[in-house]
Design a protein around this ligand. Structure first.
Ligand code: TXA
Ligand code: MG
Length: 351
Protein backbone atom coordinates (compact mmCIF):
# COMPACT_ATOMS: atom_id res chain seq x y z
CA UNK A 1 0.00 0.00 0.00
CA UNK A 2 1.28 3.46 -0.84
CA UNK A 3 0.26 6.78 0.70
CA UNK A 4 -0.99 9.25 -1.89
CA UNK A 5 1.33 12.28 -1.87
CA UNK A 6 1.37 15.61 -3.62
CA UNK A 7 4.33 15.56 -5.99
CA UNK A 8 6.24 18.85 -6.10
CA UNK A 9 8.03 19.38 -9.40
CA UNK A 10 11.07 21.66 -9.67
CA UNK A 11 13.17 22.41 -12.72
CA UNK A 12 16.90 22.56 -12.12
CA UNK A 13 19.91 23.19 -14.36
CA UNK A 14 21.76 19.93 -15.03
CA UNK A 15 25.19 21.52 -15.08
CA UNK A 16 24.71 24.20 -12.41
CA UNK A 17 22.13 23.08 -9.85
CA UNK A 18 20.46 25.88 -7.91
CA UNK A 19 21.44 25.55 -4.24
CA UNK A 20 18.02 26.63 -2.92
CA UNK A 21 16.20 23.96 -4.93
CA UNK A 22 18.73 21.33 -3.86
CA UNK A 23 18.25 22.38 -0.21
CA UNK A 24 14.50 21.94 -0.58
CA UNK A 25 14.92 18.42 -1.98
CA UNK A 26 17.52 17.55 0.67
CA UNK A 27 15.11 18.63 3.42
CA UNK A 28 12.43 16.32 2.00
CA UNK A 29 14.88 13.41 2.10
CA UNK A 30 16.02 14.22 5.63
CA UNK A 31 12.48 14.11 6.93
CA UNK A 32 11.87 10.68 5.40
CA UNK A 33 10.30 11.73 2.08
CA UNK A 34 10.74 10.41 -1.46
CA UNK A 35 12.67 12.47 -4.03
CA UNK A 36 13.16 11.49 -7.67
CA UNK A 37 16.36 12.93 -9.14
CA UNK A 38 18.48 12.60 -12.29
CA UNK A 39 21.64 10.55 -12.45
CA UNK A 40 23.89 10.13 -15.48
CA UNK A 41 22.19 6.76 -16.18
CA UNK A 42 18.45 7.06 -15.47
CA UNK A 43 16.30 8.95 -12.92
CA UNK A 44 16.43 7.46 -9.43
CA UNK A 45 13.78 7.38 -6.69
CA UNK A 46 15.61 8.36 -3.52
CA UNK A 47 15.05 8.00 0.20
CA UNK A 48 17.34 8.23 3.23
CA UNK A 49 19.16 4.89 3.10
CA UNK A 50 19.57 4.82 6.89
CA UNK A 51 15.83 5.24 7.54
CA UNK A 52 14.06 1.89 7.17
CA UNK A 53 10.58 3.44 7.07
CA UNK A 54 11.60 5.84 4.30
CA UNK A 55 13.07 2.98 2.27
CA UNK A 56 9.90 0.98 2.84
CA UNK A 57 7.96 3.75 1.12
CA UNK A 58 10.16 3.33 -2.00
CA UNK A 59 8.98 -0.28 -2.27
CA UNK A 60 5.36 0.84 -1.80
CA UNK A 61 5.56 3.65 -4.38
CA UNK A 62 7.13 1.40 -7.02
CA UNK A 63 5.28 -1.81 -6.20
CA UNK A 64 8.75 -3.34 -5.95
CA UNK A 65 9.11 -6.92 -4.70
CA UNK A 66 10.59 -6.94 -1.18
CA UNK A 67 13.37 -9.30 -2.26
CA UNK A 68 14.94 -6.84 -4.70
CA UNK A 69 17.78 -4.91 -3.01
CA UNK A 70 18.27 -1.18 -3.63
CA UNK A 71 21.49 0.57 -4.62
CA UNK A 72 22.83 3.07 -2.08
CA UNK A 73 24.21 6.29 -3.60
CA UNK A 74 26.95 8.18 -1.81
CA UNK A 75 28.91 11.38 -2.48
CA UNK A 76 32.37 9.81 -2.66
CA UNK A 77 34.42 6.67 -2.04
CA UNK A 78 35.08 7.68 1.59
CA UNK A 79 31.31 7.67 2.25
CA UNK A 80 31.03 4.27 0.52
CA UNK A 81 33.73 2.81 2.78
CA UNK A 82 31.68 3.82 5.82
CA UNK A 83 28.86 1.53 4.69
CA UNK A 84 30.99 -1.46 3.65
CA UNK A 85 32.19 -3.99 6.21
CA UNK A 86 35.42 -4.34 4.28
CA UNK A 87 37.01 -2.50 1.42
CA UNK A 88 39.09 -4.76 -0.82
CA UNK A 89 41.91 -3.47 -3.00
CA UNK A 90 39.70 -4.07 -6.04
CA UNK A 91 37.12 -1.63 -4.64
CA UNK A 92 39.80 1.05 -4.29
CA UNK A 93 41.02 0.51 -7.85
CA UNK A 94 37.55 0.54 -9.38
CA UNK A 95 36.37 3.52 -7.33
CA UNK A 96 39.47 5.43 -8.32
CA UNK A 97 38.91 4.71 -12.00
CA UNK A 98 35.11 4.80 -12.41
CA UNK A 99 33.62 6.96 -9.63
CA UNK A 100 31.80 9.17 -9.91
CA UNK A 101 30.17 7.14 -12.66
CA UNK A 102 27.83 4.34 -13.75
CA UNK A 103 29.32 1.48 -11.73
CA UNK A 104 27.70 -0.17 -8.69
CA UNK A 105 29.96 -2.23 -6.42
CA UNK A 106 28.41 -4.97 -4.28
CA UNK A 107 30.29 -5.37 -0.96
CA UNK A 108 29.63 -6.81 2.50
CA UNK A 109 27.46 -4.34 4.39
CA UNK A 110 27.86 -2.77 7.80
CA UNK A 111 25.11 -3.14 10.40
CA UNK A 112 24.00 0.52 9.96
CA UNK A 113 22.59 -0.32 6.52
CA UNK A 114 19.01 -1.44 7.26
CA UNK A 115 18.10 -4.94 6.07
CA UNK A 116 15.21 -3.57 4.03
CA UNK A 117 17.70 -1.76 1.74
CA UNK A 118 19.53 -4.97 0.90
CA UNK A 119 16.44 -7.21 0.96
CA UNK A 120 17.97 -9.13 3.85
CA UNK A 121 21.23 -9.75 2.02
CA UNK A 122 24.53 -9.30 3.91
CA UNK A 123 25.79 -7.27 0.93
CA UNK A 124 25.08 -3.74 -0.22
CA UNK A 125 25.32 -2.17 -3.70
CA UNK A 126 27.16 1.18 -3.60
CA UNK A 127 27.56 3.83 -6.27
CA UNK A 128 28.82 7.41 -6.59
CA UNK A 129 26.74 8.97 -9.38
CA UNK A 130 28.36 11.49 -11.73
CA UNK A 131 25.36 13.77 -12.40
CA UNK A 132 25.95 17.23 -10.84
CA UNK A 133 22.37 17.31 -9.49
CA UNK A 134 22.73 13.90 -7.82
CA UNK A 135 26.08 14.86 -6.31
CA UNK A 136 24.77 18.22 -5.07
CA UNK A 137 21.80 16.47 -3.48
CA UNK A 138 24.03 13.90 -1.74
CA UNK A 139 26.30 16.63 -0.41
CA UNK A 140 23.44 18.83 0.80
CA UNK A 141 21.47 16.01 2.42
CA UNK A 142 24.59 14.56 4.07
CA UNK A 143 23.04 11.11 4.07
CA UNK A 144 23.42 8.08 1.81
CA UNK A 145 20.51 7.89 -0.63
CA UNK A 146 18.89 4.54 -1.44
CA UNK A 147 17.56 4.82 -4.99
CA UNK A 148 16.24 2.33 -7.51
CA UNK A 149 15.24 3.57 -10.95
CA UNK A 150 12.20 5.88 -10.66
CA UNK A 151 9.70 3.69 -12.51
CA UNK A 152 6.93 1.36 -11.40
CA UNK A 153 8.27 -2.16 -10.93
CA UNK A 154 8.76 -4.15 -14.16
CA UNK A 155 8.50 -1.05 -16.35
CA UNK A 156 11.12 0.74 -18.40
CA UNK A 157 13.49 2.99 -16.47
CA UNK A 158 12.88 6.74 -16.85
CA UNK A 159 15.31 8.90 -18.78
CA UNK A 160 13.18 12.06 -18.46
CA UNK A 161 11.18 13.68 -15.65
CA UNK A 162 8.08 13.15 -17.75
CA UNK A 163 8.68 9.37 -17.72
CA UNK A 164 8.96 9.55 -13.91
CA UNK A 165 5.66 11.40 -13.58
CA UNK A 166 3.84 8.90 -15.76
CA UNK A 167 4.57 6.13 -13.27
CA UNK A 168 4.91 7.93 -9.98
CA UNK A 169 2.92 11.19 -9.97
CA UNK A 170 1.00 11.31 -6.69
CA UNK A 171 3.20 8.60 -5.16
CA UNK A 172 6.36 10.59 -4.43
CA UNK A 173 7.01 13.91 -2.67
CA UNK A 174 9.43 15.68 -4.97
CA UNK A 175 10.89 15.50 -8.48
CA UNK A 176 13.98 17.33 -9.70
CA UNK A 177 13.64 17.85 -13.46
CA UNK A 178 17.05 18.40 -15.08
CA UNK A 179 16.08 17.24 -18.56
CA UNK A 180 16.98 13.94 -20.23
CA UNK A 181 19.74 11.80 -18.73
CA UNK A 182 22.83 11.34 -20.87
CA UNK A 183 23.62 7.64 -20.34
CA UNK A 184 20.16 6.16 -20.77
CA UNK A 185 20.85 2.67 -19.40
CA UNK A 186 21.39 1.62 -15.78
CA UNK A 187 24.77 1.23 -14.09
CA UNK A 188 26.92 -1.87 -14.36
CA UNK A 189 26.54 -3.97 -11.17
CA UNK A 190 29.67 -5.86 -10.10
CA UNK A 191 29.83 -8.22 -7.12
CA UNK A 192 33.17 -7.86 -5.32
CA UNK A 193 32.35 -10.41 -2.61
CA UNK A 194 33.31 -13.27 -4.94
CA UNK A 195 36.65 -14.19 -6.49
CA UNK A 196 36.80 -13.50 -9.35
CA UNK A 197 34.33 -10.60 -9.17
CA UNK A 198 31.01 -11.35 -10.82
CA UNK A 199 29.07 -9.23 -13.28
CA UNK A 200 25.48 -9.07 -11.99
CA UNK A 201 24.17 -6.58 -14.55
CA UNK A 202 25.91 -5.29 -17.68
CA UNK A 203 25.73 -1.52 -17.98
CA UNK A 204 27.43 1.59 -19.19
CA UNK A 205 30.85 0.55 -17.88
CA UNK A 206 31.87 -2.37 -20.11
CA UNK A 207 33.40 -5.68 -19.07
CA UNK A 208 36.50 -4.77 -21.04
CA UNK A 209 36.91 -1.55 -19.06
CA UNK A 210 36.46 -3.41 -15.75
CA UNK A 211 38.89 -6.18 -16.67
CA UNK A 212 41.52 -3.63 -17.62
CA UNK A 213 41.50 -2.53 -13.97
CA UNK A 214 40.91 -5.71 -11.92
CA UNK A 215 41.64 -8.61 -14.27
CA UNK A 216 39.18 -11.35 -15.25
CA UNK A 217 35.59 -11.11 -14.03
CA UNK A 218 33.00 -13.90 -14.16
CA UNK A 219 30.11 -13.49 -16.57
CA UNK A 220 27.55 -13.75 -13.76
CA UNK A 221 24.01 -14.95 -13.92
CA UNK A 222 22.70 -12.32 -16.27
CA UNK A 223 23.11 -14.78 -19.10
CA UNK A 224 20.88 -17.30 -17.34
CA UNK A 225 17.15 -17.29 -17.85
CA UNK A 226 15.20 -16.72 -14.61
CA UNK A 227 11.48 -16.84 -14.25
CA UNK A 228 10.87 -16.53 -10.53
CA UNK A 229 12.20 -14.38 -7.75
CA UNK A 230 13.37 -17.42 -5.78
CA UNK A 231 16.85 -17.06 -4.39
CA UNK A 232 17.96 -14.65 -7.03
CA UNK A 233 21.42 -13.31 -6.48
CA UNK A 234 20.23 -10.03 -7.94
CA UNK A 235 16.53 -9.85 -8.75
CA UNK A 236 17.26 -7.24 -11.40
CA UNK A 237 18.30 -10.38 -13.26
CA UNK A 238 14.69 -11.36 -13.67
CA UNK A 239 14.17 -12.04 -17.33
CA UNK A 240 11.34 -9.62 -17.93
CA UNK A 241 12.43 -6.59 -16.01
CA UNK A 242 12.73 -3.68 -18.37
CA UNK A 243 9.57 -4.05 -20.34
CA UNK A 244 7.30 -1.80 -22.35
CA UNK A 245 3.57 -2.61 -22.44
CA UNK A 246 3.76 -3.67 -26.09
CA UNK A 247 5.20 -7.06 -27.02
CA UNK A 248 8.78 -6.78 -28.21
CA UNK A 249 10.20 -8.89 -31.05
CA UNK A 250 13.92 -8.80 -31.82
CA UNK A 251 15.00 -9.37 -35.40
CA UNK A 252 18.35 -10.96 -36.14
CA UNK A 253 19.86 -12.21 -39.37
CA UNK A 254 18.20 -15.60 -38.70
CA UNK A 255 14.60 -14.46 -38.29
CA UNK A 256 14.52 -11.45 -40.58
CA UNK A 257 11.70 -13.08 -42.56
CA UNK A 258 9.39 -12.41 -39.62
CA UNK A 259 9.48 -8.75 -40.67
CA UNK A 260 7.34 -9.35 -43.74
CA UNK A 261 4.88 -11.50 -41.78
CA UNK A 262 4.45 -8.82 -39.15
CA UNK A 263 3.92 -6.15 -41.77
CA UNK A 264 1.12 -8.22 -43.24
CA UNK A 265 -0.56 -8.83 -39.88
CA UNK A 266 -3.14 -6.36 -38.62
CA UNK A 267 -1.11 -5.43 -35.57
CA UNK A 268 -0.07 -1.87 -35.01
CA UNK A 269 3.71 -1.92 -35.21
CA UNK A 270 6.53 0.18 -33.90
CA UNK A 271 10.00 -0.37 -35.28
CA UNK A 272 13.38 0.47 -33.79
CA UNK A 273 15.30 0.50 -37.02
CA UNK A 274 19.04 0.29 -37.08
CA UNK A 275 20.77 2.29 -39.78
CA UNK A 276 21.36 0.11 -42.82
CA UNK A 277 18.77 -2.58 -42.02
CA UNK A 278 15.31 -3.09 -43.45
CA UNK A 279 15.49 -0.42 -46.15
CA UNK A 280 12.29 -1.92 -47.63
CA UNK A 281 10.29 -0.62 -44.65
CA UNK A 282 10.53 2.85 -46.06
CA UNK A 283 8.56 1.62 -49.03
CA UNK A 284 5.91 -0.26 -47.13
CA UNK A 285 2.60 1.53 -47.49
CA UNK A 286 -1.00 0.82 -46.70
CA UNK A 287 -2.90 1.02 -43.44
CA UNK A 288 -0.31 -0.93 -41.55
CA UNK A 289 2.66 1.34 -41.89
CA UNK A 290 4.81 0.94 -38.78
CA UNK A 291 5.96 3.87 -36.69
CA UNK A 292 9.67 3.85 -37.41
CA UNK A 293 12.28 5.22 -35.04
CA UNK A 294 15.77 5.35 -36.52
CA UNK A 295 18.30 4.24 -33.92
CA UNK A 296 21.93 5.40 -33.82
CA UNK A 297 24.62 3.02 -35.05
CA UNK A 298 26.91 3.92 -32.14
CA UNK A 299 26.44 1.90 -28.92
CA UNK A 300 26.58 4.85 -26.50
CA UNK A 301 24.16 6.92 -28.56
CA UNK A 302 21.86 3.89 -28.94
CA UNK A 303 21.88 3.33 -25.17
CA UNK A 304 21.01 6.95 -24.51
CA UNK A 305 18.05 6.72 -26.92
CA UNK A 306 16.66 3.23 -26.22
CA UNK A 307 14.30 3.74 -23.24
CA UNK A 308 12.92 7.03 -24.57
CA UNK A 309 12.20 5.30 -27.90
CA UNK A 310 10.38 2.44 -26.14
CA UNK A 311 8.38 4.96 -24.08
CA UNK A 312 7.41 6.81 -27.29
CA UNK A 313 6.15 3.64 -28.97
CA UNK A 314 4.21 2.62 -25.86
CA UNK A 315 2.61 6.07 -25.79
CA UNK A 316 1.65 5.71 -29.44
CA UNK A 317 -0.27 2.58 -28.41
CA UNK A 318 1.44 0.07 -30.70
CA UNK A 319 0.74 -3.66 -30.21
CA UNK A 320 4.21 -4.87 -31.09
CA UNK A 321 7.63 -3.32 -31.14
CA UNK A 322 10.03 -4.79 -33.66
CA UNK A 323 13.71 -4.21 -32.95
CA UNK A 324 16.59 -4.71 -35.38
CA UNK A 325 19.18 -6.34 -33.14
CA UNK A 326 22.38 -4.27 -33.08
CA UNK A 327 25.74 -6.00 -33.68
CA UNK A 328 27.26 -8.14 -30.93
CA UNK A 329 30.39 -7.12 -29.06
CA UNK A 330 31.39 -5.79 -25.67
CA UNK A 331 30.15 -2.25 -26.28
CA UNK A 332 26.65 -3.59 -27.04
CA UNK A 333 26.36 -6.06 -24.12
CA UNK A 334 24.09 -3.88 -21.96
CA UNK A 335 21.84 -2.98 -24.92
CA UNK A 336 21.46 -6.67 -25.86
CA UNK A 337 20.73 -7.54 -22.23
CA UNK A 338 17.93 -4.95 -21.94
CA UNK A 339 16.44 -5.85 -25.33
CA UNK A 340 16.40 -9.53 -24.42
CA UNK A 341 14.60 -8.75 -21.16
CA UNK A 342 12.15 -6.42 -22.87
CA UNK A 343 11.33 -9.22 -25.33
CA UNK A 344 11.01 -11.94 -22.70
CA UNK A 345 7.67 -13.35 -21.64
CA UNK A 346 9.14 -14.75 -18.46
CA UNK A 347 8.57 -13.36 -15.00
CA UNK A 348 5.50 -11.38 -15.98
CA UNK A 349 3.61 -12.67 -12.98
CA UNK A 350 6.18 -11.16 -10.70
CA UNK A 351 5.11 -7.74 -9.50
O1 TXA B 1 21.98 3.30 -12.87
C1 TXA B 1 21.44 2.76 -11.90
O2 TXA B 1 21.94 1.79 -11.32
C2 TXA B 1 20.12 3.37 -11.40
C3 TXA B 1 20.40 4.76 -10.86
C4 TXA B 1 19.18 5.37 -10.21
O3 TXA B 1 21.47 4.71 -9.96
N1 TXA B 1 19.54 2.53 -10.40
C5 TXA B 1 18.99 1.33 -10.70
O4 TXA B 1 18.44 0.69 -9.59
O5 TXA B 1 18.96 0.85 -11.80
P1 TXA B 1 17.49 -0.57 -9.72
O6 TXA B 1 16.96 -0.82 -8.35
O7 TXA B 1 16.49 -0.36 -10.77
O8 TXA B 1 18.47 -1.72 -10.07
C6 TXA B 1 19.42 -2.10 -9.11
C7 TXA B 1 20.00 -3.44 -9.44
C8 TXA B 1 18.98 -4.53 -9.29
O9 TXA B 1 19.21 -5.48 -10.30
C9 TXA B 1 19.32 -5.09 -7.91
O10 TXA B 1 18.90 -6.42 -7.79
C10 TXA B 1 20.83 -4.93 -7.90
O11 TXA B 1 21.07 -3.71 -8.54
N2 TXA B 1 21.36 -4.86 -6.53
C11 TXA B 1 21.26 -3.84 -5.65
N3 TXA B 1 21.83 -4.16 -4.47
C12 TXA B 1 22.31 -5.40 -4.60
C13 TXA B 1 22.99 -6.32 -3.72
N4 TXA B 1 23.27 -6.02 -2.47
N5 TXA B 1 23.32 -7.54 -4.22
C14 TXA B 1 23.02 -7.88 -5.49
N6 TXA B 1 22.37 -7.07 -6.36
C15 TXA B 1 22.03 -5.85 -5.93
MG1 MG C 1 15.07 -0.59 -12.06
Amino acid sequence: MFNPRKTTLRRIAADKPDAAVIAEAAAVLRRGGLVAFPTETVYGLGANALDAAAVQSIFAAKGRPANNPIIVHVADAAAARKLAANWPERASLLAERFWPGPLTLVLSKRAEVPDIVTAGSPTVGLRVPAHPVALALLRAAEIPIAAPSANRSMRISPTTADHVLRGLDGRIDFLLNAGPTSGGLESTVLDLTTDPPQLLRPGLVSVEQLEAVVGPIAAGEHAVSKSSTESLRSPGLLERHYAPRAKVVCLSAENRGVAQELLQSNQRLGWLRLAGTNPELQLSTGSNRPIIIDMPADAAAYSARLYAALHELDDAGVDQIVVDLPPSGDAWLAVHDRLRRAASDEGQKVK
